[in-house]
Design a protein around this ligand. Structure first.
Ligand code: HEC
Ligand code: HEC
Ligand code: HEC
Length: 176
């Protein structure tokens, strides 16, 4: 399980790994390194250097949005009836099947600032509290939260951003 035992060295966990540095545009596998635009576009590390970062050094997009560093457009056309329009909604679901980990607080607000209800309901989550049989193994395999987290949303290695509600049986954070 990534844990080295039986030596004098302290246990080694993979959890405190820093996020890899941002690739320059010419090496990101998306932009054409020979294209004319490559010299004109701002490099990501330059564009994002003042954005708030999380514990792993990755951009914290929730704070970046809330603190006004960016103001993304809600749709391509601006038509309020466009399909899959985000509609902000502020309510949390607390998930308690977390064993010794703090409970998971699922907040609708930071999701619905970027996503439409139909991005999650009903295909990924039945919209009823407790109706989805979620587990960490499934999330790590890319189901439920793992459809986005570790892909287009923050990494699964920052446990505390999801497991944010301590309870009497959760020990102090060992994963930080
Ligand atoms: C993107 C959110 C998210 C992150 C990040 C996350 N978890 Fe979870 N975790 C969940 C959800 C959701 C559940 C299921 C909760 C429920 O069904 O009540 C869960 C459940 C668990 C459980 C309970 C047992 C099980 O298999 O379901 C453990 C233990 C756990 N997580 C450990 C971790 C650790 C350790 C980390 C960091 C390395 C982590 N989690 C990061 C969302 C997350
Ligand atoms: C990022 C995914 C995501 C998005 C986007 C999202 N939800 Fe949810 N929603 C969830 C999850 C996860 C739950 C909890 C399911 C569970 O407990 O198993 C939930 C639960 C619900 C519930 C059930 C509440 C209850 O008390 O039973 C309703 C209603 C709901 N969502 C409506 C919406 C609406 C309306 C929108 C758009 C404004 C929306 N959701 C956007 C993930 C999402
Ligand atoms: C459809 C994609 C999607 C799914 C599915 C999804 N998320 Fe997210 N989540 C996002 C995005 C996008 C953000 C905001 C950008 C970011 O933080 O990377 C976000 C932000 C969050 C935040 C806010 C963190 C903060 O610092 O305020 C939490 C907590 C979170 N997600 C937990 C979960 C949990 C738990 C689940 C599963 C029950 C889940 N998410 C499922 C896309 C998703």
């Amino acid at each position: 399980m990534g844990l080295i035992m039986g030596s004098a060295a302290p246990p080694v966990f993979a959890l405190d790994l820093k996020a890899p540095p941002l690739a320059p545009l010419a090496e990101d596998g998306i932009h054409d390194p020979k294209g004319a635009a490559i010299g004109a576009l701002q490099e990501p590390y330059e564009a994002m250097k003042d954005f708030p970062k999380d514990r792993r050094g990755e951009v914290d997009w929730v704070r970046t949005l809330q603190e006004g560093y960016i103001k993304p457009r809600k749709s391509l056309t601006g038509d309020p009836w466009e399909e899959a329009m985000p509609m902000e909604m502020d309510f949390d679901i607390i998930m308690k099947h977390t064993m010794g980990m703090p409970w998971v607080r699922f907040p609708h607000k930071p999701h619905t600032q970027w996503l439409a209800c139909s991005n999650c309901h009903p295909k990924i989550f039945i919209p009823r509290e407790g109706a989805n049989d979620i587990s960490m193994t499934k999330v790590l395999r890319g189901e439920y939260c793992g459809r986005c987290h570790d892909k287009v949303a923050f990494s699964l290695f920052v446990c505390e951003r999801c497991h944010s509600v301590p309870h009497e049986n959760s020990p102090p954070a060992w994963w930080k």
